[in-house]
Ligand binder design. Structure first.
Ligand SMILES: [Mn+2]
Length: 276
């Protein structure tokens, strides 16, 4: 069963970014529940900044799950990432993500590594950067193991990282890690830029798929761009994907409208999930 989810950013410095709800956790939970979402995904400035008791109460009051917690705040606010040329910065990135894993884990949720994967630049080689990323993700996956939830690694498009952009390369990289505790986050916006066929890329991910960013070609809510979702849903079903479809979309034309459009599209595409 695929469950619906909507994103909430608590990082005001990320304004303009692809998150449906912004800043007000209580309002986001209230609206998400009212619209029928199963879960929320949060993007916090840091693990320490999340009001854990309040979050627990809001999730309970609104019968919502926490699906995942993003770690990109470490990049947005500090410019830390896992393959930085400075070992101290790599270490800060690891510590930042470790705390996000602990926060998410206490809620039975996964942590996401997207922009914190970084990029290679200057004198650094791609091979070196990938070695550092592999080690970082492996160790963080081992840390996530205790919570019974995989660490989620998200391949990004070429404008956001020069490391890995496509499913075939991502699966090869993941297999070279020899871990059971890191899964792939497939983001349909990035895939629309990079893949020859999104459904084929989903099949390439197959059992490695751990989370889905459910969004359209232009980063607007699903249904507001030109992605053909039916064959993607078909591929997800063939892979027995049973995680979340999380709306990581611009709040266009407004948060509420983006959330409404997403849940309407979700119910149309996943009628079984919506009626359960
Ligand atoms: Mn994403």
């Amino acid at each position: 069963m695929i469950e619906s989810c909507v994103t909430v950013s608590l990082v005001s410095q990320a304004k303009g970014g692809p998150f449906v709800y912004w800043d007000d956790l209580a309002l986001a939970c209230e609206q998400a529940a009212l619209l029928g979402f199963d879960a929320i995904e949060i993007f916090p400035p840091s693990a320490d900044s999340v009001p854990v008791k309040t979050l627990r109460q809001l999730l309970s009051d609104h019968n919502l799950k926490l699906a995942a917690v993003g770690s990109g705040g470490g990049w947005v606010l500090n410019k830390w990432h896992l393959c930085h040329s400075d070992a101290r910065v790599r270490q800060q990135a690891r510590q930042f993500i470790t705390r996000i894993i602990d926060l998410a884990g206490d809620f039975g949720a996964s942590a996401i590594v997207g922009s914190m994967q970084g990029r290679f630049e200057g004198d650094m080689t791609r091979v070196q950067a990938l070695d550092w990323l592999r080690e970082g993700l492996y160790d963080l996956g081992e840390h996530a193991k205790q919570y019974g939830k995989p660490l989620l690694y998200e391949p990004l498009n070429r404008y956001e990282t020069n490391l890995i952009n496509r499913a075939s390369d991502a699966v090869e990289f993941l297999c070279s890690m020899k871990t059971e505790h890191v899964k792939i986050l497939a983001d349909l916006f990035h895939m629309n830029i990079e893949e020859q066929s999104i459904p084929e890329a989903i099949r390439t991910y197959g059992p490695h798929l751990g989370h889905l960013h459910f969004v359209d070609s232009n980063r607007r809510a699903a249904g507001m761009g030109h992605i053909d979702f039916a064959p993607i849903i078909q591929a997800l079903q063939e892979c027995n994907y049973s995680g979340f479809a999380s709306a990581e979309a611009f709040p266009y034309p407004s948060s509420e409208e983006a959330a409404c459009r997403t849940i309407a599209e979700f119910k149309k595409l996943f009628p079984q999930a919506a009626s359960a």
